[in-house]
Ligand binder design. Structure first.
Ligand code: ZN
Ligand code: ZN
Length: 348
């Protein structure tokens, strides 16, 4: 996005390291390739410009925990007033538009309803996700880390989610009010259609994405009942990555679950639950035929990044391109709505 793009000679060391990480994440680089830049940015953040310059001059940047040879080189170049070649080459390779379509709709999105931090299986701290969402021009981002039964993704227990909510409150207090980090969850839809978190905790959240992560091969009639039960739960606001399919990427591919899509989408329309257009390139969920069916049935939609790293927040353009191609009215996309309207709707 324009706000955070382009080579800027005035960008300082921390901003340069963050920009490199952003571009790598946006290009779907593996986390380990990005980690060095994120770690170095965090290590330099508390230091003054003078100390960074002095260390660059003395060659002692690498004495800092978290700063290695390649990140120190980038910092030294910035301190010397140069644009690091690492940044230049990444801007050339990955800095351009991700798609040819969807730009008009992307302009209309005010926020993102599905994102993960390093409290569950994301790669970055909560504040880094929030700052990047601000830089992308959003008014709000919903933090939706996983629920307890998804142990592989370090799903949050009642206790940890409670602590996370306090962190979100503290973070919002430090922001100027133009941007809000909203409290959310990506809650597992259990086999019987119930949600994997207590009602008391779900009630403390601003918005809830409910997703199937287990037993995708369940019998279609059972899967239909499972999804309709979850949609009927008054806490459910968004039905996440509807089929669970994977179409590309390093996790391999898998077909989506099968269910009576007409009945599921009719239930969603009836209860005012938004069908998520999951923007992750490896998901592209729902498939086009189902997307068009949900459109024809009159469902609401949300276009979400499902970002597990800050740069992946830019994935939303992929979902916008698909929604635009399907001719979905932006007014039916809940994250084109202002925050207050979104929150009113989410209270069901
Ligand atoms: Zn998920
Ligand atoms: Zn997710």
């Amino acid at each position: 996005m324009a706000v955070n793009s382009g080579v800027s000679p005035s960008r300082g060391p921390v901003a340069t390291l963050r920009r490199i990480a952003f571009l790598l994440e946006r290009a779907r680089a593996d986390t380990y390739k990005v980690k060095a830049f994120r770690t170095a940015a965090a290590a330099l953040l508390p230091l003054g410009e003078d100390e960074i310059s002095a260390r660059a001059g003395a060659g002692t940047l690498t004495d800092l925990a978290g700063v290695g040879a390649s990140t120190a080189k980038v910092v030294a170049q910035v301190v010397a007033g140069e644009i690091p070649e690492r940044l230049t080459s990444l801007e050339e390779e990955y800095g351009g538009e991700l798609t040819s379509g969807g730009a008009d709709l992307r302009q209309r999105l005010r926020g993102d309803l599905h994102s993960h931090s390093d409290w569950s299986d994301g790669g970055s701290p909560i504040e880094e996700m929030a700052f990047t969402a601000m830089e992308l021009g959003h008014d709000y981002l919903v933090l939706t880390d996983h629920s307890p039964r998804l142990t592989i993704a370090h799903g949050l227990s009642v206790d940890r989610l409670g602590r996370q909510l306090a962190v979100v409150d503290a973070l919002n207090e430090h922001l100027d009010g133009g941007f809000t980090l909203l409290k959310g969850i990506e809650v597992d839809i259990l086999d019987d259609g119930s949600l994997d978190q207590t009602d008391a905790m779900l009630a403390r959240l601003d918005l809830r994405v409910a997703s199937v992560h287990s037993k995708l091969k369940m019998d279609p009639a059972e899967m239909t009942a499972r999804m309709i039960a979850a949609i009927g739960n008054p806490f459910t606001n968004v039905l996440g990555h509807v089929t669970g399919r994977l179409v590309t990427g390093n996790r391999g591919t898998r077909p989506g679950s099968t269910f009576d899509a007409r009945r599921v989408f009719e239930a969603a329309a009836e209860h005012g639950v938004a069908v998520e257009i999951n923007s992750r390139p490896e998901r592209r969920d729902p498939p086009t035929k189902l997307l068009e069916l949900a459109r024809d049935i009159g469902c609401l939609f949300s276009i979400d990044s499902d970002a597990h790293a800050p740069g992946q927040l830019d994935f939303q353009i992929y979902g916008c391109e698909r929604a635009e191609a399907a001719g979905i009215d932006p007014e039916r996309i809940v994250n084109t709505w202002p925050k207050e309207r979104l929150l009113d709707w989410a209270r069901r």
